[in-house]
Design a protein around this ligand. Structure first.
Ligand SMILES: N[C@@H](CCC(=O)N[C@@H](CS)C(=O)NCC(=O)O)C(=O)O
Length: 207
């Protein structure tokens, strides 16, 4: 059986758990990461030199990077519902997944470390404000995409892009920041809330 290493409260682990529910994949999970078994242990670093969760163990095959794991699970099952086979449709899904992992994540990181994690290394008020503004600005990009071409990020059907961005919207919704009004994002969030995989893993224990 597939093994997923990582605590279920981690946003990146939850991407993989939600994807497994969408694909009907059974898995075992072990708690690793801050508050659980340390990822800096030699045995873990041998699996992922970045000392981060999630890590997927599929027999002898070991994979890290949450978005890559989600894509692997689709490819392994041959299920093209979340990751289309057709080149342009797939590229559109992957475009939004890459945007989430790079542009969007870089926007919120400082504010999240400061305001949620209370990190002593993230106390500069100017950088906090800049990060909150960038966070809202990026959610605004998502709002315009959903408004123009929804109801899902890559168009008419639910895809892997919605798994990774659904978790990002969940993080934005729960963060103690001033949120700009984005009606399409709020509708989208409600729509995702109807999915069993989101209810189980997407909303980090929140209703
Ligand atoms: N780019 C990586 C980032 C993984 C990441 O940031 N993982 C965090 C948890 S969300 C982590 O392992 N932090 C260290 C820890 O919890 O010990 C991915 O998408 O898999």
């Amino acid at each position: 059986m597939l093994k997923i290493l990582g605590k279920a409260t981690s946003i990146n682990v939850r991407k993989v758990l939600w994807t497994c529910v969408e694909l009907g994949i059974e898995f075992e999970r072990e708690d690793w990461g801050a508050g659980f078994q340390s990822t800096t242990q030699e045995s873990f670093v041998a699996l992922n030199p970045n000392a981060m969760v999630p890590v997927l163990v599929d027999g002898d095959f070991v994979l890290w990077e949450s978005n890559a794991i989600c894509r692997y699970l689709c490819n392994k099952t041959g299920d093209t519902r979340l990751l289309p086979a057709e080149a342009q449709a797939r590229a559109r899904v992957e475009q939004w997944m890459d945007w989430q992992a790079t542009e969007l994540n870089n926007a919120w990181r400082y504010a999240f470390m400061a305001l949620v994690r209370a990190s002593p290394a993230h106390r500069d008020p100017v950088q906090i404000r800049t990060s909150v503004e960038a966070w809202n600005r990026h959610i605004g990009i998502l709002d315009r995409q959903l408004d123009a071409g929804g109801p899902y990020v890559a168009g008419a059907t639910f895809s892997l892009a919605d798994v990774v961005l659904g978790l990002s919207v969940n993080r934005w919704m729960l963060a103690p920041v001033e949120r700009l009004r984005y009606p399409a994002v709020l509708d989208y969030y409600e729509r995702l809330g109807e999915r069993p995989g989101f209810r189980r893993f997407g909303c980090n224990g929140q209703p």
